[in-house]
Design a protein around this ligand. Sequence first.
Ligand code: NI
Length: 183
Amino acid sequence: MILPIYLYGHPILQKVAKDISPDYPNLSELLANMFETMANAEGVGLAAPQIGVSNRVVVIDLTSLAKDHPECTDFKRVFINGHILETSDESCIIEEGCLSVPDIHEKISRPKWVRLQYLDENLQPHEDVFDGYPARCIQHEHDHLEGIMFTEHASGMRKQMFRAKLNRIMAGRVNCNYKVKRQ
Ligand code: NI
């Protein structure tokens, strides 16, 4: 089922999301809905708070980027109860966008790699290092679980430049070809 995507300014996007327990109801349905909602909006990553669920569940599908980023080949993954344990000192700059922040794209500096502790869709525990584009996407999505939007990483000057746009998004004055929900 395609669900509305919560827009910038909604309080649930500012909350720290909670881990799920092993008896979490309808997990497979939640994951299916998240993948469907993300694909419908042509996104590559979606965190559960973006559909109004304040739990640590993230879906990522980078397979459409494999041509330009070989490390994205077959990268269609689920991250449950994810926690970033370690990040590289080395940073890199990549342009980001977000389904909750339509029409804003910004070059953002973040650590190049991360070590992530998480459960897969079968609730099996893993601890892996991710580099390249997957590392970038994982950091963006796990920021959502901490209540942080990618625009907060932009420089003060850039923030000034898109403040009016953010105000329009908060007021729901956006043109999206997917269903949205505002505060
Ligand atoms: Ni996002």
